[in-house]
Ligand binder design. Structure first.
Ligand code: HEC
Length: 188
């Protein structure tokens, strides 16, 4: 009997700390999270490409510098969530990671090394806030501003980026690398 009680209480605490969301809730938040991150990616990426065509990297950089955060803030309001892009090698200090985000970035890097499929994550924190996380993978078109100096990043682009972001770490990437993660916090 005593053993049974211990077993049950261990089981209950394991389930409770594992997740207080039902499978259905996790599914729903995954769908919402994907919708929000896909819309945000499209919005940023379309704007960026338009600026690149109009005025090359220098115009696109100044666009990102001034508009990336206002654009994600507008989308945050539209979807009633907080939308953040973060990385273990950040360019903009406003995008700095939390401890949990850094852990998840590490996990995704390990998954990539194992050639495993990268899945989005839904979880609840100690303050009962619901989070959605998903990987951001480097594409060829990102390398103009996030690749290697003198390979895909030219000297002019490098010097503009250095003047705007003296502590910039977001260089040296190759296509397929993990650039960072989307971190969506739902308001509940
Ligand atoms: C024209 C230059 C340029 C291109 C091309 C570019 N970025 Fe960036 N990126 C920036 C700048 C400038 C910032 C910092 C401003 C911001 O977005 O907050 C940034 C920031 C980021 C951040 C936020 C984390 C951080 O380091 O501050 C992510 C994630 C990111 N870029 C991913 C990408 C991806 C993925 C692509 C390709 C689809 C891409 N970028 C293409 C210039 C660029």
């Amino acid at each position: 009997m005593f053993k049974k009680v211990i077993f049950l209480s261990v089981l209950i605490s394991f389930l409770a700390c594992n997740s207080s969301l039902s499978t259905k809730e996790i599914e729903n938040y995954t769908v919402k999270g994907k919708e929000i991150t896909e819309a945000s990616f499209l919005e940023l990426s379309n704007n960026l490409m338009t600026q690149m065509k109009m005025g090359g990297p220098s115009q696109a950089i100044s666009f990102c510098n001034l508009q990336a955060i206002p654009i994600t803030n507008q989308l945050s309001e539209k979807y009633n969530v907080t939308i953040k892009r973060t990385s273990d090698k950040i360019r903009n200090l406003d995008n700095k990671s939390t401890q949990r985000e850094l852990q998840l970035i590490d996990n995704y890097k390990n998954e990539i090394a194992k050639n495993a499929e990268l899945k989005p994550i839904v979880e609840v924190d100690d303050a009962k806030k619901i989070h959605f996380y998903a990987p951001i993978i480097v594409q060829a078109k990102c390398l103009t501003c996030h690749g290697k100096l003198n390979e895909t990043v030219n000297v002019q682009t490098d010097s503009i980026l250095k003047s705007l972001y003296p502590n910039d770490k977001a260089f040296g990437y190759e296509e397929g690398d993990l650039r960072g993660i989307w971190s969506i916090t739902f308001k509940n």
